[in-house]
Write a protein that binds this ligand. Structure first.
Ligand SMILES: *Cc1c(COP(=O)(O)O)cnc(C)c1O
Length: 468
C-alpha cells in the first residue's frame, strides 16, 4: 500500500513512512494511492465481533507490509484493551426511535482523539525501535489533542513528547489531564502567551530544519494519516451493528478540522453503505458555508461552547478536495495558494455537486446547542456534551427521521465540559471513576517565555539528559 501527497510532488511512501512523516514535504497531506475495499461478506462477518477484530480487518489493507499480521494484531489488542473503559470500546446508545449516539469517550482522556492517539503512540514506538534512535514529538494544544497525545505516548521507550499549552488559558480538567502525567518522557510546557503563540513556536521549530532533523521531530496533529485511519474503524463497527451492509446508515459528525468526518468518507469508499455524512459545525462554520455557497473562505475564530471545533480552516478538507479535483496535485496546490494569498477559493459547479451528493451540513450557535442539550436530557435522560449536541442538532436538521438510522458521534464525555452541560440541563456530570483523583493528583509543568531559542534550549537539555 502506497500513499501519495495531495500536492502531487512529495515522494510516495508506505504506511510506516507516512506515519513518521506527518505533513508531506511538499506541504500536502498523504492519502492512499487507492482505497482498498471490503466485500459485503466481510462486513457481515464483523457483526458482533469485538472492536479489536473490526480494527484489524479495517486497518490491515492500509498498513500493508509495514507490520506483520501478528504485529498488527498485537497492537490493536493492546490499543483497544484496558485503556478503554467500556467492553464495547465504542458503544451505541439509542436515544430516540431512529437516533443513536456513538460514544467515543471511554478512552483515557474522555474524547474521541484517544482512538487514534492510543494507536499512534504504539506505531511511533514500533517503527522507531525498528529504525533505531528516538523520536521527538512537539505539539501545541488548546485542549483535547494535548492530553490524548500525552496519554498515547507516556512511558513509550523511543518517544519523548513536549506539549505546549498557553499558560493559564486551558481549563483545569484539560490542564490536569496533561500535567498529572509524570513519566520522564513527557514534558509539559506552559508558554507565556496565547494558543496561537504556542502554535507559532511549534511551526518555527519545524521550519528550523537543522533542529528538526537533529532531534527527529514529528507532529501528532490531525493531518497524520494514521489518525484518520484509526477513526475509520468505529464507523464500520457502528454500521455493521445497525445492519450494514444490508442496511445503509447515516452519520452526523461534530466537525472541526474535518479529520473525523473524513474517516467516515473513507469508510464509505471502502464499501460501507453510508447514506449521508452530516458536517455538524458550531458558529465556526467554514464547511457549512462551503456547502451553501460553493466558496471556501477563511474567517476569524469565534469562541463557543464547543471549543474543540473552534477553527479557522479545516485542514483535512484538503484530502477531500484532492478527490473532488480528480486527484490533481496541481489543482489542489492552486486552491491552497489562493487560500493563503486571497483567503479563499471557489469550487466549480461539478465539484460542488459532488460535495453535496456526499455531505450535508448544518451550523448551530451556542443558544441552539444549549437547547439541544436540554431537550435531549428532557426526552431521554441522556447528558450530551456541547460538541455532541451540535451533532445531534445537525442530524435532526439534515436527516429524515424515517430514513436510515441516524448515528451521532459523541466526541467528548459531558464531564469534560461540566459548566456548559450544567447551565443547559441543571445537572453537573461527574467524572468517571477511572479518572480517579485527577483533581488532587500532583502536577508537573514548567513555564517558558514565548521564545523559540528558549524552547529549543530546553528541549535539547532534556533530550541530552541534563535536568534544569
Ligand atoms: C477534535 C474534536 C472535534 C473535531 O474533530 P475534527 O477531526 O477536528 O473534525 C470534535 N469534538 C471534540 C470533542 C474534539 O476533541
Amino acid at each position: 500500500m502506497q500513499y501519495v501527497s495531495t500536492r502531487g510532488v512529495a515522494d510516495e511512501l508506505n504506511f510506516e513512512g507516512v506515519t513518521l512523516t506527518g505533513l508531506a514535504r511538499d506541504g500536502g497531506l498523504y492519502v492512499p494511492a487507492a482505497i482498498p475495499t471490503l466485500d459485503a461478506e466481510t462486513f457481515r462477518r464483523l457483526r458482533g465481533r469485538p472492536y479489536a477484530d473490526v480494527a484489524f480487518a479495517v486497518l490491515q489493507p492500509f498498513v500493508g507490509d509495514s507490520l506483520t499480521a501478528a504485529e498488527l494484531r498485537g497492537m490493536v489488542d493492546a490499543t483497544y484493551g484496558d485503556a478503554f473503559h467500556h467492553p464495547a470500546v465504542a458503544p451505541l446508545v439509542q436515544v430516540d426511535r431512529n437516533d443513536w449516539i456513538l460514544e467515543l469517550f471511554h478512552g483515557p482522556t474522555l474524547a474521541f482523539k484517544d482512538f487514534a492517539l492510543q494507536l499512534l503512540g504504539r506505531l511511533f514506538d514500533a517503527f522507531t525501535a525498528r529504525r533505531g534512535g528516538r523520536l521527538t514529538i512537539l505539539g501545541a494544544t488548546s485542549g483535547d489533542t494535548g492530553s490524548a497525545a500525552i496519554a498515547g505516548c507516556r512511558g513509550r521507550d523511543a518517544v519523548t513528547i513536549f506539549m505546549l499549552h498557553p499558560h493559564g488559558r486551558v481549563s483545569e480538567v484539560q490542564r490536569r489531564q496533561m500535567t498529572t502525567v509524570l513519566e520522564p518522557n513527557v514534558v509539559n510546557i506552559a508558554i507565556d502567551g496565547t494558543f496561537d503563540d504556542c502554535q507559532a513556536l511549534v511551526k518555527a521549530a519545524f521550519n528550523d530544519l537543522d533542529f528538526r532533523d537533529g532531534v527527529s521531530l514529528t507532529a501528532v496533529n490531525s493531518i497524520n494519516w494514521a489518525r484518520v485511519l484509526a477513526q475509520v474503524v468505529y464507523y464500520v463497527s457502528a454500521a455493521v451493528s445497525l445492519g450494514a451492509p444490508d442496511r445503509p446508515v447515516s452519520f452526523s459528525v461534530p466537525t472541526g478540522n474535518f479529520g473525523d468526518i473524513f474517516a467516515g468518507y473513507i469508510a464509505r469508499a471502502m464499501g460501507l453503505p453510508v447514506a449521508r455524512l452530516v458536517i455538524a459545525t458550531n458558529s465556526n462554520d467554514i464547511l457549512a458555508r462551503t456547502l451553501k455557497t460553493g466558496r471556501y473562505d477563511r474567517a476569524g475564530v469565534h469562541k463557543t461552547l464547543s471549543p474543540s471545533m473552534d477553527i479557522q480552516v479545516a485542514s483535512n478538507f484538503e484530502r477531500l478536495l484532492f478527490d473532488l479535483k480528480g486527484r490533481s496535485g496541481n489543482a489542489v496546490s492552486a486552491a491552497m495558494e489562493d487560500l493563503a494569498t486571497q483567503g479563499g477559493f471557489a469550487l466549480s459547479p461539478d465539484e460542488r455537486g459532488a460535495l453535496a451528493a456526499l455531505f450535508a451540513a448544518e451550523r448551530l450557535d451556542d443558544g441552539q446547542t444549549s437547547r439541544i442539550m436540554a431537550d435531549t436530557y428532557g426526552r431521554s435522560g441522556y447528558l450530551a456534551d456541547p460538541h455532541t449536541a451540535v451533532g445531534l442538532g445537525a442530524a435532526r436538521a439534515c436527516l429524515d427521521e424515517d430514513g436510515p438510522p441516524r448515528v451521532t458521534l459523541a466526541t467528548a464525555h459531558p464531564a469534560k465540559f461540566p459548566d456548559a452541560v450544567a447551565a443547559a440541563t441543571g445537572v453537573t456530570p461527574a467524572l468517571p471513576s477511572h479518572m480517579g483523583d485527577l483533581m488532587q493528583a500532583e502536577e508537573r509543568f514548567e513555564t517558558l517565555p514565548n521564545d523559540l531559542a528558549a524552547l529549543k534550549r530546553r528541549m535539547l537539555d532534556h533530550l541530552s539528559g541534563v535536568e534544569t
